[in-house]
Ligand binder design. Structure first.
Ligand code: UDP
Length: 442
């Protein structure tokens, strides 16, 4: 551990929750804060350290790590430190394991020559950092990698009094997490005012009181060869060369369901059949099976013979893919997605047409916003266990790369609005400046 010596810089402690969909946007936020002159210490456990590499190498003088061992927990398989290897039911076990870092952080803080003046941590999944911040006498700002309509819907449900109908009733941890978010000293959202104005106002008026809220999205992924989220399972040059060989712009469908979802055997067959029938060129990312949990033997298994049948037309990547780089390639035209908020924003920013298959967590709210409210995406399926009709899906896949879908034009308009928000004087750019001013003022 080294120490920041430049006393003029505001110093904050960033505590990520180790799931890619939470960690990556928090790294993008840290990048923006470091660009604006904030000194940052990021908490990491050994296996999550490589995810920080791009950030650390971009800001060698203003970002450093606080490396602590991942605490053992009876419900977390030994050696696992990231939700990517676990199903979503393990979220709160990882939270409880990390809460054991309270005392080591306390010791680090008290021995630091210029300790942080605030903690920025995952709004829902690092609730233990609220009492920690209070103990340290510093502020805790929550970061939520979702848009405001999702929060409004969830918080409305949590606080509703509809008895047994309340889906959160009895979920003590979720209620605690909600209370912690409300008790924070500020909330940072990866959304933009133009997309979410009504819900942002509703959040402020209904739930947050005096607590400031900063809409800083879309947080732009760091540029360059970043190895975002870890090494690609297939060398990035091979993937890019394959895309380069696709001569027509916007002719490839990218298929990826984020870092948490593995399809069942029957879903894999239906999707393979749809890709086969559609005749489209595609990249399909198939997530590695989870560790330490029982899964059906054919979960996430690509049907036998499929890759031979589609050779030259389709590329299957097993494991981790350079998603942002793929989406940004001129050859990619549409994205069959689980509708995770990061992936949805990445697809939108890259100018692809989103084909939404919401499955769990915030995906349903994201699809409601993008498909039903804004008309910038097409819903193709819904539900974690649902098996899509391969004939219909094939039709939508083929149509999605033709330029006639009106959703594509709408999506391009929204893309412009989102990019404008990130430029100097844009609402999200200004919100980031205001956040930094607020951190500097304390
Ligand atoms: N991601 C990636 N490669 C993969 C799978 C996911 O780079 O093979 C990244 C993706 O670009 C996004 C994040 O992981 O930034 C996933 O976040 P999202 O909110 O979309 O979904 P989640 O994984 O949380 O369900």
């Amino acid at each position: 551990m080294t120490s920041f010596t430049n006393k003029k810089k505001t110093h904050i402690l960033v505590i990520p929750y180790p799931a890619q969909g939470h960690m990556l946007p928090l790294m993008d936020l840290s990048n923006q804060l470091a660009i604006r002159g904030v000194a940052i210490t990021i908490l990491a456990t050994p296996k999550n350290l490589p995810i920080l590499d791009p950030l650390l190498s971009s800001h060698p003088h203003s970002i450093e790590t606080l490396l602590l061992p991942f605490p053992q927990h009876p419900s977390v398989p030994a050696g696992v430190e990231n939700m990517q290897e676990l199903p979503i039911s393990f979220l709160l076990h990882i939270l409880s394991a990390l809460a054991k870092l309270h005392d080591p952080i306390l010791a680090w803080f008290h021995s630091h020559p210029s300790p942080p003046t605030a903690i920025i941590s995952d709004s829902f999944l690092s609730t233990w950092t609220c009492p920690l911040a209070r103990r340290l006498g510093i502020r805790r700002l929550g970061f939520a990698p979702v848009h405001a309509s999702t929060l409004s819907a969830w918080w409305g449900e949590i606080e509703s009094n509809n008895g047994d109908q309340n889906i959160f009733k009895g979920h003590k941890d979720i209620l605690e997490s909600h209370a912690a978010t409300k008790a924070s000293d500020g909330l940072i959202l990866n959304t933009l005012e133009d997309l979410d104005r009504g819900s942002l106002d509703h959040l402020k008026a209904t739930f947050l009181g005096q607590q400031p809220i900063w809409a800083v999205g879309p947080l732009l992924p760091m540029v360059g060869p970043t190895k975002r989220g870890g090494d690609s399972s297939m060398p990035e040059e091979v993937v890019m060369a394959w895309l380069d060989s696709c001569h027509m712009d916007k002719s490839v469908v990218y298929v990826g369901f984020g870092s948490q979802v593995t399809l069942t055997g029957i879903q894999m067959e239906a999707l393979a059949d749809a890709l086969d029938r559609s005749r489209v060129r595609f990249i399909w990312v198939v997530k590695d099976p989870m560790r330490g949990v029982q899964v059906a033997s054919n979960q996430g298994v690509v049907p036998l013979g499929f890759e031979d049948r589609v050779a030259g037309r389709g590329l299957v990547i097993r494991g981790w893919a350079p998603q942002v780089a793929i989406l940004g390639h001129r050859a990619v035209g549409s994205y069959l997605s689980h509708c995770g908020w990061n992936s949805a924003l990445e697809g939108l920013l890259a100018g692809t047409l989103l084909l939404a298959w919401p499955m769990q967590a915030d995906h349903f709210e994201n699809a409601k916003l993008l498909v039903d409210k804004l008309g910038v995406a097409i819903r193709v399926c819904e539900g974690l266990d649902t098996v899509p009709d391969s004939v219909n899906l094939a039709k939508v896949l083929a149509e999605s790369i033709s330029s006639t879908r009106h959703e594509r034009a709408q999506a391009m308009e929204l893309r412009k609005v989102a990019l404008d928000a990130t430029k100097p004087c844009g609402s999200s750019y200004v919100a980031l400046d205001e956040l930094v001013n607020d951190l500097d003022d304390r």
